[in-house]
Design a protein around this ligand. Structure first.
Ligand code: SAH
Length: 349
């Protein structure tokens, strides 16, 4: 609700207008329950609990990695569908990996998120709720946090739209969500990243929008033949066209283009392919993230050896390409790409 709507709501409950502002502050902190709103009178908290909810999601499950730095939430939506959200504490801040759809229609051959197909797009509020769940968790954990010099240490500082779903199939709600996060939670556009498998009309829409949000392309192969084999979306949008649209985006926004490259043993991890990949990015302001594949039991791939990953990286470095190996986080909690949701839905189906 907007503040005006909230004011009407509390007035209808027989309360003074200023209570709306207090409630709203709690809501933006992510308070999951009206009983957490300590500065409200008890009778109002009870009335609110009977009449309303704070968030359009409910936490079904919460799993923390052994090192406590990664927490995965399984959230239930109003229509009983489930989604996943991951909170990652890093040296540069607190990052939340947000799902943009319940399920996914893209059909990538290595991914768990798409196995049950697409249910529906998430609303802007459902995406925002994922941030607020994480935000509340951070505040609750306040006392256990070691200060790292960042004044926003206890707040969500980064958003990566890399959870389940294809965000550029849900651009209206995505933009609305990111606008809320920027204006209400003061998260900088530059600390937001939208990851896509390469939906060109969506990239163009973001270009027109013009916010300096980071764009990540899930490439995973340097040529159409191999990519179409791994990602059906490549039958529609080709590598050269996707990259042309992506460079147009980064030229307009001034951001560095991020490329994600999952490494699959014996499929896309050869030095020859690394050379071919570097030919696509020479002289371009790009960062390539190499991501050793996270095992998905239902998928018949294997993760490459550390040697293979480093050999691949070395070729790119020699070719003058910015590249890094993405640290695996939360593999012990099924944090990779739709695995928790998949398990929960399978077991309840
Ligand atoms: N649909 C969007 C965002 C969601 S997928 C996109 O394609 O970018 C987020 C990232 O996780 C993508 O790069 C995707 O290819 C990758 N991914 C999917 N399954 C994975 C797995 N098992 N191991 C590692 N990365 C995976």
């Amino acid at each position: 609700m907007t503040l005006c709507e909230l004011e009407q709501f509390v007035i209808a409950l027989g309360q003074p207008r200023f209570r709306a502002k207090q409630i709203q502050e709690w809501l933006w902190r992510g308070a999951p329950d009206f009983s957490d709103m300590k500065n409200l009178p008890e009778n109002l908290r009870l009335d609110l609990n009977a009449a309303a909810r704070t968030l359009p999601v409910e936490i079904l499950n919460e799993i923390e990695s052994a090192d406590g730095q990664t927490i995965k939430f399984l959230l239930k939506l109003d229509d009983s569908d489930t989604i996943e959200t991951v909170l990652m504490r890093t040296s540069y801040g607190n990052s939340v990996c947000v799902s943009s759809q319940a399920g996914c229609a893209m059909g990538c051959k290595f991914c768990a998120s798409t196995l049950l197909g697409l249910r529906r797009n998430l609303t802007a509020n459902e995406m925002l709720a994922q941030i607020l769940v994480a935000q509340w968790k951070l505040r609750q954990q306040n006392h256990t946090i070691k200060p790292n010099g960042d004044p926003n240490n206890n707040d969500v500082s980064h958003i990566v739209v890399m959870g389940t779903g294809e965000p550029l199939q849900n651009t209206e709600n995505l933009k609305c969500f990111l606008e809320y996060a920027n204006s209400r939670l003061c998260i900088s556009w530059r600390r937001m990243t939208v990851s896509t498998c390469g939906i060109i009309p969506g990239i163009k829409e973001l270009t027109e929008w013009g916010k300096p949000v980071n764009l990540a392309i899930s490439l995973h192969a340097p040529n159409d033949e191999l990519r179409s084999h791994l990602m059906p979306v490549n039958n529609k949008y080709k590598v050269a066209e996707i990259l042309a649209a992506a460079f147009e985006y980064t030229e307009k926004t001034g951001r560095q283009l991020m490329i994600e490259y999952i490494m699959l043993a014996g499929v896309n991890d050869s030095p020859e392919l690394a050379k071919e990949l570097s030919d696509l990015f020479r002289g371009k302001n790009t960062m390539i993230n190499l991501i050793p594949w996270n095992t998905v039991a239902e998928r018949k791939f294997t993760a490459p050896s550390s040697n293979a990953v480093h050999r691949f990286q070395d070729v790119l470095i020699k070719e003058g390409i910015h590249v890094r190996i993405r640290r695996e986080r939360g593999a012990d909690i099924g944090s990779a790409c739709g695995q928790l949701r998949l398990r929960s839905e399978k077991y309840t189906a």
